[in-house]
Design a protein around this ligand. Structure first.
Ligand code: MN
Length: 202
């Protein structure tokens, strides 16, 4: 397992295909106020690529990977990351698999669907969430931050496999796929003033 830190953009020569795990770290949870600081990617091979977003640098290679329709993007709570990426990088991430939506649809025996919860329950892995609220705005993330940021993408591939099997077992695969397909619209609603209002409600 290796962690690669890149400043501004992915370097040339780092290629992805098939599916990638993606996560972001930001200055906060407000899509309009808080900037995007870090984008983490993993091919599911145990390595993590961390791209530090630098003011004034257009991450063209990173954006091309995220926008590639031939690459499945695996997130945990995709709603937030997809909106952040749309707002700050101007790209639409599709197709998407969200491990949180998947867990909610097939693991109705529990109401614990955080990444820490599903890593423990499905993989037997204990994740530390200690750095979650640390300051991601500095130009160089600390060693501890890098490890934390990498951990948020390193388990998404095995989680997707486990959750896909459970979705099949419970007959909810098609419903999950429909929800994943709606995520870009969900992100657009969040960014356009319908974050809290349920437009499906009477
Ligand atoms: Mn994270």
């Amino acid at each position: 397992m290796a962690i690669f830190l890149h400043h501004g953009d992915l370097p040339e020569g780092v290629r992805f295909s098939g599916s990638i795990a993606v996560d972001t770290e930001t200055m906060g949870l407000n899509l309009h106020r808080d900037r995007l600081c870090l984008v983490q990617l993993s091919a599911g091979d145990g390595d993590a690529h961390l791209v530090k977003i630098s003011p004034g640098v257009d991450p063209v290679r990173l954006k091309a990977v995220l926008a590639d329709p031939a690459i499945l993007k695996i997130f945990h709570f995709a709603r937030f990351d997809v909106a952040m990426i749309a707002r700050h990088l101007g790209v639409s991430c599709a197709p998407v698999f969200c491990t949180k939506i998947a867990s909610k649809l097939c693991r109705t025996n529990t109401d614990r669907h955080g990444l820490k919860d599903i890593c423990r329950d499905l993989l037997g892995v204990e994740l530390s969430k200690e750095q979650q609220t640390s300051d991601w705005g500095a130009p160089d993330p600390t060693e501890e931050q890098q490890k934390y940021a990498a951990n948020d993408v390193l388990y998404l591939h095995p989680l997707k496999d486990k959750l896909s099997a459970l979705l099949e077992r419970e007959g909810r695969r098609a419903l999950a796929d429909a929800c994943f397909g709606f995520l870009s619209a969900r992100a657009a609603l969040d960014l356009s003033g319908w974050a809290d209002e349920d437009i499906f409600a009477h």
